[in-house]
Design a protein around this ligand. Structure first.
Ligand code: ADP
Ligand code: MG
Length: 358
């Protein structure tokens, strides 16, 4: 049995592929796979969530444009990395809603990677496995995602968020003090076919970095961006401004949160949401409504959309004693007003990918 968790990102969205900083925590909700070895090189896997099956020959992997690609993509990257593969039967269970911005895809990739590793006696190296899973999502699924989701699913730590430098891949623990809680609200709205929007944002960022003569937007500050403004379209300028501001506030929040400055953290979360909405243009009217309702509730310091965007989940920093009630009431009000199947929970930081065999 293997387990790999989802995650919630407190702040720092669309900074990872710009070599910047992110501040996620792995959560209790996770993908689980129960597996047994086979004597041949086939993969037979059933998902209890999607009621769908994968039946694949590991010597002849093909893309299917279904959920199978998250698993067979990992197998294919094992081959590219020169790692051995052997066959197995398995069942996938999950209490992570798929497509909710809580990174069910990376959890599925890392859980699969862990099974493939165990079955062929490949030593488990969390960081390099996260990179392998990212390559699977980039090349096999076709989503040009950064490293955050895979890294936090593989390397999450119990009881703490992590500030991750997506250039060095170093992570440092950022404690969430006991007087506040991180609350996640799944808006119940799902992103559709938006991989192209994501990939387009990424290439715009890379183009601005190129025009600025730097490796990545992480290397540019607002003065640097202003100095090349005349070479940029208005759209390029706004996209880059989001990344540069977001990167700076992520580092700030990582200092202010453990120090207990919740009002300032909340203010920066609110600003981050505005930046994602106005400069990066990846929020939705439903998400904006959810975030503004969350913000006006009692005991809330700040709220923002979290994850890749275009629907999914919001994250809020809430006084501990108000958190449980907030996690029930805000989704309820939102459900009644919009008809979206929203749900909330108080997030608890959990450990990364693990295995338990018997
Ligand atoms: P997110 O990572 O935010 O949940 P993605 O769009 O990146 O959203 O990934 C969601 C996809 O991952 C689903 O459409 C599905 O293909 C796959 N997936 C996630 N969890 C499962 C599961 N338990 N069983 C089968 N497929 C899953
Ligand atoms: Mg995903």
């Amino acid at each position: 049995m293997v387990r790999s968790p989802g995650r919630v990102n407190l702040i720092g969205d669309h900074t990872d592929y710009n070599d910047g900083f992110v501040l996620p925590m792995a959560i209790e909700q996770a993908v689980w796979i129960a597996a047994e070895p086979r004597t041949d090189k086939r993969l037979e896997l059933e998902s209890l969530l999607t009621k769908a099956e994968i039946s694949a020959d590991l010597d002849d992997l093909t893309k299917t444009a279904t959920w199978a690609d998250y698993v067979t993509g990992v197998a294919s990257e094992f081959v590219s990395a020169g790692l051995p593969l052997s066959g197995w039967n398995g069942v996938v269970a999950s209490d992570l809603p798929a497509g909710a911005g809580l990174s069910s895809s990376a959890a599925l990739e890392l859980a699969s990677a862990r099974v493939f590793a165990e079955m062929a006696n490949v030593p488990w190296e969390p960081v390099s496995m996260a990179q392998l899973a990212q390559r699977a999502e980039n090349t096999w699924v076709g989503a040009n995602v950064g490293i955050m989701d895979q890294l936090i699913s593989a390397c999450g730590q119990a009881d703490t968020a992590l500030l991750i430098d997506c250039r060095s891949l170093d992570g440092s623990a950022v404690a969430v003090p006991p007087d506040v809680a991180v609350v996640v609200i799944d808006s119940g709205t799902r992103r559709g076919l938006v991989d192209s929007e994501y990939n387009e944002r990424r290439s715009t960022c890379e183009e601005v970095a190129r025009l600025g003569g730097v490796t990545a937007l992480r290397d540019l500050d607002m003065d640097g961006l202003d100095s090349i403004r005349s070479e940029l379209t208005e759209l390029q300028f706004r996209r880059a401004r989001h990344v540069i501001n977001e990167n700076a506030v992520t580092v700030k929040v990582a200092e202010l949160l453990p120090a207990g400055d919740f009002d300032e953290v909340g203010r920066l979360m609110d600003e981050s949401h505005a930046s994602l909405r106005d400069d990066f243009e990846i929020s939705t009217p439903a998400m904006d409504e959810l975030v503004s309702r969350a913000r006006s509730a009692d005991g809330v310091h700040g709220a923002r959309m979290t994850g890749g965007g275009f629907g999914g989940s919001a994250v809020a920093l809430v006084d501990r004693e108000a958190a449980e009630r907030f996690a029930i009431e805000i989704p309820q009000v939102f459900r009644e007003r919009t008809g979206n199947d929203a749900h909330g929970f108080v997030a608890k930081a959990s450990a990364g990918t693990s295995a338990r065999w018997q």
